[in-house]
Design a protein around this ligand. Structure first.
Ligand code: 5RP
Length: 229
């Protein structure tokens, strides 16, 4: 491992984005996540675009970036399975459980991840945590259920806030809202994810425990660390 002193967070994201290319299977379609770290991966992917068939994307934003770089984008319904899905995370714990959805793309991210045999998480070391829950938990909800769901989180000690953009509720690629929930203690991510997913009006909870990472490429001052789960 090469030592990489004084790299900025942005440079660490570039490093892990490039390192993820080793997991891309030549001739196949790759699953692509969303966010600033994934943007670095997309830029790296463009350098080998002639070696892949294309991508399935998890957001309108990633689709636009992929297409702008000349990478063909397939609808998720056009593929039966993917060898690999590459995405970032807002938090990742020592078992590969993640919190995701800071970019509001969690529902499509979970769908594309479900198609893939392997989830490769790319993240800078600020994302590695002992236990999930410091980052406000994103939950995509049906708009008419937002206040009811916020009250349910309050009953378990969380404070849910409707995510806004320009003073208006942020509307996801799926036409829904996002609640960001602070103050939760997520001691059992698998049970927590299963539980919240049952609440009426919840589209997707941003805990990825049932679809955890298989591998995490972590950008650190000592270089890219590969964590396997
Ligand atoms: C988007 C996500 C992202 O993967 C997560 O927010 C990390 O983003 P970034 O790489 O910009 O830190 O879940 O919904």
């Amino acid at each position: 491992m090469t030592t990489t002193p004084s790299l900025t967070q942005d440079e660490l994201k570039t490093l892990v984005g490039q390192a993820a290319l080793q997991y891309v299977v030549p001739g196949e379609i790759v699953g692509v996540g969303t966010g600033s770290t994934v943007n670095k991966f997309i830029d790296a992917l463009a350098t080998i675009k002639d070696q892949i068939k294309g991508a399935v994307s998890s957001s309108v934003a990633s689709t636009e970036r992929l297409k702008a770089l000349g990478i063909p984008v397939f609808d998720a319904n056009e593929v039966d399975s993917l060898a690999v899905y590459i995405d970032g995370a807002d938090e990742i714990d020592g078992k590969g459980h993640m919190v995701k959805g800071g970019g509001a793309a969690l529902t499509r991210e979970k769908i594309v991840a479900a198609l893939a045999s392997r989830f490769v998480c790319i993240a800078d070391e600020s994302k590695l945590v002992q236990a999930l829950g410091q980052f406000p938990l994103p939950v995509e909800v049906i708009p008419m259920a937002a206040n009811h769901i916020a009250r349910r989180f309050a009953a378990m000690g969380g404070q849910a806030q409707l995510r806004l953009r320009d003073g208006q509720p942020l509307v996801t690629d799926n036409g829904q809202y996002i609640l960001d929930v602070r103050g939760l203690s997520i001691t059992d991510p698998l049970a927590f994810e299963s539980d919240i997913n049952q609440w009426p009006g919840v589209v997707t909870v941003g805990v990825f425990a049932h679809q955890k990472a298989s591998v995490c490429l972590l950008g650190t001052a000592q270089g890219v660390k590969t964590l396997t789960y």
